[in-house]
Design a protein around this ligand. Structure first.
Ligand code: ZN
Length: 215
């Protein structure tokens, strides 16, 4: 059996779900899971529908690709690696070009606390990281900063990132951020929505910690 076959299959299944659920546009995003000594990440330049387990790339967080891998990793591997280094508690990273989240990112705006589910990302906003060119150390650094204490962020003029303890959790967060972005755009098209207060958001965050996030 292929080395790390289970993790490779999980990465492919999650990558396909990002397209099915509107978390990315075609194969524009990338997906990874943490494995011992590094990560398993989608390859660059292959449609998700065509991926086979051996196309997923196992690599160390310093960029060293494991011996025998037949593909090059996603161009955003630096961002994934930087997130795993900065956040030892997380084990999955999803990056996508979801339509509405990307639209808000192109405005260079955080998603504010206009809806209580903004707390799904762990705070009173979904931060938007400043623009940096794709694939760079700079975008890796800005993403890590925008994710500080959070489980999702936008990347200006680019898309979204969601992280979690596993791929299912990261996918749920990514879908929720895309939903929030869609509602935020709809609301702001009519008027500027009123934001919940810091106290109201604290109350939601406390309930999430107590009851979980199924509301
Ligand atoms: Zn991207």
């Amino acid at each position: 059996m292929t080395w790390r076959a289970e993790e490779r299959r999980a990465v492919i299944a999650a990558a396909r779900r990002t397209v099915e659920r509107g978390v990315t546009h075609e194969s524009s995003g990338n997906v990874s899971v943490r494995v011992a000594g590094g990560m398993a990440i989608t390859p660059t330049g292959l449609p998700y529908g065509e991926l086979e387990p051996d196309d997923v790339v196992v690599m160390a967080l310093d960029g060293t690709v494991a011996a025998g891998e037949r593909r090059d990793p996603s161009s955003e591997w630096r961002m994934h690696a930087a997130i795993y280094r900065a956040r030892p508690e997380i084990a999955a990273v999803i990056h996508g070009h979801a339509t509405s989240a990307t639209a808000v990112s192109c405005l260079g705006r955080d998603i504010p606390a206009f809806h209580y589910m903004v707390a799904v990302a762990g705070g009173d906003s979904v931060r938007c990281a400043p623009y940096a060119v794709f694939g760079s150390d700079a975008i890796a650094a800005t993403a890590v900063k925008a994710l500080d204490g959070r489980s999702a962020c936008l990347l200006a003029h680019h898309g979204l990132v969601a992280i979690g303890a596993d791929l299912d959790r990261a996918l749920v967060v990514a879908e929720e951020v895309e939903f929030l972005a869609r509602v935020y755009l709809a609301a702001t098209a009519v008027a500027t929505p009123k934001n919940l207060s810091a106290g109201q958001m604290r109350e939601v965050l406390d309930r999430f910690r107590t009851y979980g996030q199924q509301h």
